[in-house]
Design a protein around this ligand. Sequence first.
Ligand SMILES: O=C(O)CCC(=O)C(=O)O
Length: 276
Amino acid sequence: MADARTQLLDVDSRVAITPQQQAFFRENGFVKLSHVFSAETLRYFGEHITRQVIERNCLQKPMTERTTYERAFLQVTNLWRTDPVVERFVRGERLARAAAELIGVRGVRLYHDQALYKEPGGGITPWHADQYYWPLSTSNTCTAWIPLQATTREMGPLAFAAGSHRFEFGRDLKISDESERALQEALRRQNFAEEDGAFELGDVSFHSGWTFHHTGGNVTDQPRAVMTIIYMEDGIRLTEPKRPEHIADRDAFMPGAKVGQVVATALNPLLWRDRE
Ligand SMILES: O=C(O)CCC(=O)C(=O)O
């Protein structure tokens, strides 16, 4: 516990996940929940998250000199390791339990957190599926995408291809101009419906590791500040790395984990477990 004030801010109480929301997540590979956090909670933790992004961001190039990936967002990972208040947020049971109930597992561990700040004038986030990057043994994973302000369509809210977690084309594409081009075309041909609406303050979305998603650019003069927490089922195992991104993720987010063994390093705390 970082200080007494954080005790007043609710990151632990249960979000009631309905059977309909669970079914929606299973069917579509994502779900958006409303009123998950109060404005005060988002403001308080958001200030600490933003401070970490400013202190730890290494990307200083002007927008015109950046790659598509670099234009998409400032990316800072594992903020829970460098700020005790952010740690309190990331360890919160509110989102962790919701993630477990949506995935349909009895416990979840942290894979990692990351802040994704799309600057004013920031570019698109190309279509992709996150699990391309993750050498993990099952698809029982999900990301909570937590905007720290109301996020209009002009700011680049996260958009999902509904049901695309079962679509296997494009799973070998990293975030790039190529993933944007190939997936835009493939998803359109398959007639996947796109959920691309704004996020109200307090809304949080959850998406599966294999759900294809993307965003437009931020055409406003406000940063689009977002925190994400990536959950994996307790018991998931490290698989043999198949690509350089797997090696990078293994070393950064589960250092010392062994292929075939349950991922439970010091960087992967158990965040929620059903004790009943
Ligand atoms: O925030 C973004 O622009 C992209 C987010 C994303 O791809 C993710 O959280 O998996």
